[in-house]
Ligand binder design. Structure first.
Ligand code: IVH
Length: 748
């Protein structure tokens, strides 16, 4: 079944179930027997388990009729709980707004808010006192969850303030924050209990627990879970004459009653601005503490709600803009092993192309053979693939129910797929297997050449994955490929043509595929001379060979490599790819010793004494320089004119140059900071004269945190260290701490 077929089957089953319920509660529709009804419910539950993306927030499986629902008493809503119509593109959204404005006959103000991925709840307050709480159910009749709701801290048993209506139904979404959801699943796992597929199912499961039959320990676990549920109010049900005129005023009023309303809503004057709000959260959906699956846009004026009315399912004055799902099912076509710069052999999932979180994903790392085993995936399985925003795609696990017997287990190869050497752990107890042939394994050489050219190392424009692959690939017998990074600075124009490469994905190391599934091959340096060609291409150079002309790209690459010979010393140190020596340690070492020779001659103690270096890095340096072919790289680079010492450096122990805007300031960067790679962020701190620390302590002045930040962020919060975002970070490294002080406290 394709995802599209699953979707239409889910809609068909939902319609059948809902009309059967309508019939049961007295509509004209035909009443069906219990077995048929149960069959539909089970089929829908199965389908949602197999294709989680088809489950809507108003799915019948989340409320009445689902597995444990018979345990809850039915509650009739005083006013029907409607659902929302969906749009999936800006075009559809603007078309909806245009119709609204046509029907309203005027310009319209919209209230934009987050579509929380949770469970709808209706709270009935009579003269300010909570009398019942019910799930949505089929919209007319829900489940009575009043007793459980009393344990949700954000839901007052009695409203604050005075002048409450006699009866009012407050509607909202119950949900877990992402952090609480993850903690809950970790707890489920530690108890050997079933994991929840998403925060919505977790909220539903938690709200619909029954106290009966539970022992003291189970009861307190149940209450602990309920205690972590949150509510955000997004509407009002039965309320004969609301004393306010707009949705936003409703929120302001219910907030005075002590009910939680969202901090993220905004009232705008046009559909265009609403579309901008949608765009903004499309980019920032992971900055919110709970999951969102879209944006809800509502007409703000309540009088217009009456005028526009509703269909049997949804109001015409509101619309849900749905973001692309972040979790989909796809076929695991193969598991292949790629070898990286350090020799680590990494299994990768190769999948049928799947659109998830707005991009097409084909590959995802499976880390190592133990992870493949733990995930329980077989080649040929349908797997659940998740990609949240900028986060690297992850295979969550197989959909076991969809196996047909043709699946086969992955077997970790014993030999390196590129050079045939026997794979082995680097040391006893390591899970990762490595190719031990560091010196000549083509995969490792390729990776090291690419690393040397990378931004955090020698920053050689044009020397990326494509050219590194081209340079290290044997193509023409008369021109041997680059078999070591040692030869990087000896390249000549003759080495740079006649080369076809398979373009590899930087993230996965696997051949990149074109949309038709064929490998992406390019010739970065090839330029066959055509009869009609002038002697040389504009910008290119004639190499003296009658049949070849070096392309402009190749000429530029050679020029850039030449230019890199005078890079700062620390960049050469990073380029050597010595374990643990990143830009931070490299800068300290370069500043202290002034030359690679001085580092090479230093004792372990001398190395370890350098600020930011320490014993582990010192050992790694000593080990590295002990290998003869490593020393040869340094010698050949020096012999080719690379500047491996800082001109004018007075020798080991010289004073560190200072005077940057971050002089004496310690900054920790964590998570994804927009506009910076991890190393780029560290480099920016160091360039400004600051200290880039890797862990948060009381001495830390700033923690720059982006999406994905976790423990360092938590530590910063607990120590009261100032936390800044990517924009503030940019300001900090460019202008120093004073520039931040100049900002208003809530700016940025
Ligand atoms: S308004 C009549 N606002 O989405 C209007 N609903 O897919 C009813 N939801 O059943 C809903 N966030 O459970 C509204 N900010 C929000 C929401 C929201 C989540 C849920 C709600 C609804 C479902 C429709």
């Amino acid at each position: 079944m394709t995802p599209e077929e699953a979707h239409s089957e889910a809609t068909r089953l939902t319609d059948l179930i809902v009309s059967a319920r309508d019939a049961y509660y007295g509509d004209d529709a035909e009443v069906v027997d219990d077995a048929t009804y149960d069959g539909w419910m089970r089929a829908l539950e199965d389908l949602e388990r197999l294709y989680p993306e088809v489950q809507g927030q108003d799915s019948p499986t989340l409320t009445v009729g689902a597995a444990q629902s018979s345990l809850f008493a039915p509650v009739e809503h005083a006013e029907r709980m409607l659902s929302l119509d969906n749009v999936f593109s800006e075009e559809e959204f603007l078309a909806w707004a245009a119709k609204v404005e046509r029907d309203a006959g005027a310009s319209v103000r919209y209230l934009c808010e987050l579509k929380i991925d949770g469970l709808a709840l209706s709270l009935r307050y009579e003269r300010g006192v909570l009398t019942s709480a019910a799930t949505r159910g089929d919209g007319r009749v829900g489940e009575d969850v009043t007793e459980n709701v009393r344990y949700i801290p954000g839901i007052p048993a009695r409203l604050a303030g005075t002048g409450h209506p006699d009866i009012v139904e407050v509607r909202g979404e119950v949900f877990f924050t992402v952090a609480d959801f993850e903690a809950l699943n970790a707890y489920q796992q530690s108890n050997g209990d079933r994991l929840f597929a998403n925060p919505r199912n977790a909220a539903s499961g938690s709200l619909r627990q029954k106290a009966e039959g539970k022992n003291e320990r189970q009861l307190s676990a149940m209450r602990e879970r309920l205690g972590r549920l949150r509510l955000t109010v997004h509407g009002i049900g039965a309320w004969s004459t609301p004393p306010v005129g707009s949705q936003s005023e409703v929120y302001e009023l219910v907030a005075t009653w002590g009910l939680p309303v969202s901090a993220h809503y905004r009232v705008v004057d046009s559909a265009r601005e609403a579309a901008d709000f949608i765009d903004y959260y499309g980019e920032h959906r992971h900055d919110v503490e709970h999951e969102i699956d879209g944006i809800v846009v509502k007409v703000d004026d309540l009088a217009l709600h009456d005028e526009l009315g509703a269909t049997s399912r949804a109001p015409r004055w509101a619309i849900a803009y749905k973001y692309p799902p972040e979790q989909v099912n796809t076929k695991l076509e193969d598991i292949v092993v790629s070898v990286g710069r350090t020799g680590r052999a990494t299994p990768f999932a190769v999948m049928a192309p799947a659109r998830v979180a707005g991009s097409v994903v084909r590959q995802a790392t499976l880390h190592n053979q133990e992870v493949v085993k733990a995930k329980g995936v077989l080649i040929g399985d349908t797997v659940v693939l998740r990609k949240a925003g900028d986060v690297i795609p992850e295979v969550l696990g197989p959909v076991v129910e969809l196996r047909d017997g043709s699946e086969r287990p992955f077997v970790m190869p014993t030999q390196c797929p590129e050079c045939g050497a026997t794979l082995a752990p680097a040391k006893e107890g390591d899970i990762d297997l490595r190719c031990p042939n560091a010196r000549t394994c083509p995969a490792q050489v390729r990776g090291r050449v690419e690393h040397a050219g990378s931004r955090g190392a020698l920053d050689i424009e044009g020397l990326g994955e494509v050219s590194a692959a081209a340079l290290t690939q044997p193509v023409r017998p008369e021109v041997p490929p680059l078999t070591s990074e040692a030869g990087l600075f000896d390249l000549t124009p003759a080495d740079l043509f006649g080369i076809d490469v398979v373009v590899r994905d930087a993230e996965t190391g696997l051949p990149r595929l074109l949309d038709d599934g064929s490998p992406d091959t390019r010739s970065p340096f090839r330029r066959q001379r055509k009869k009609t060609d002038p002697p040389y291409e504009s910008g290119g150079e004639f190499d003296g060979d009658a049949t070849h002309i070096v392309s402009k790209a190749a000429t530029e690459l050679l020029r850039n490599i030449e230019e890199a010979k005078t890079r700062e010393l620390w960049r050469f140190l990073v380029a050597l790819g010595i374990r643990h020596v990143g830009p931070v340690a490299a800068r300290e070492l370069a500043q202290w010793f002034g030359s690679i020779d001085a580092i090479r001659s230093a004792s372990r103690e001398e190395l370890a004494a350098v600020e930011g270096v320490g014993g582990i890095i010192a050992d790694s340096l000593i080990d590295w320089f002990e290998v003869d072919w490593h020393r040869e790289i340094v010698e050949r680079w020096a012999g080719s004119g690379a500047q491996l010492s800082t001109p004018g450096h007075p020798g080991p122990g010289a004073a560190v140059v200072s005077g940057g805007v971050l002089d004496g300031v310690t900054v920790v960067a964590t998570g994804t900071l927009e506009g910076y790679t991890r190393e780029g962020a560290q480099e920016a701190i160091l360039r400004a004269g600051g200290k880039a620390a890797s862990s948060v302590s009381k001495k830390t002045d700033f923690v720059a945190a982006g999406p994905g930040a976790r423990s360092k962020l938590a530590k910063a919060e607990s120590l009261g260290v100032r936390i800044i975002d990517a924009n503030q970070f940019k300001l900090l490294v460019e202008q120093g701490p004073e520039a931040l002080e100049a900002l208003a406290p809530d700016a940025g």
